[in-house]
Design a protein. Sequence first.
Length: 167
Amino acid sequence: MINWDTIPRVGGDFTASGPDPGSLVVAEDRRQIGFLFGFLILVFVLALVRGVTGGQTTGGRVAAAVFCVVVIAVLAAGGFRMIRRPARLEVSADAVRFVQRDGHASALSRQSGNELRFVKQHRSALSRIWTLGVSVVGTDTVIELPGFFARNAIRKACGSCGWRFVN
């Protein structure tokens, strides 16, 4: 069992086994995950049908079938894994902790302040992809969230534990 008192609470990475007792848990929205992966699987099923029926040669039909079946299997396994074990945000009166699917967590402490803000940042220096994050106002520490969290659910959970959002 992990002793939470010996683990740094501000921005550090540490391993977590289960939700912190007394915290509100906001999990990734499984409907959003299911919709995305369901849509992608449907697209590749249609590509499979089109590739097999529209192929000019037997080799082309086989290549289309193998490629689409592999992609469908990878998407189904990935979607099932994400739905089965979603990432979560644990909100308590003293900390906001983000726990990834693999159990690693990072946290924001109330000692840094009680005002939170949503921030958008680039995934890397040359990236065009923006990611959503949560930060304590006036600090550089950001918890980067994947795209399947609903802002309203995060605001509601944080508000009920005494945190306030400025944006």
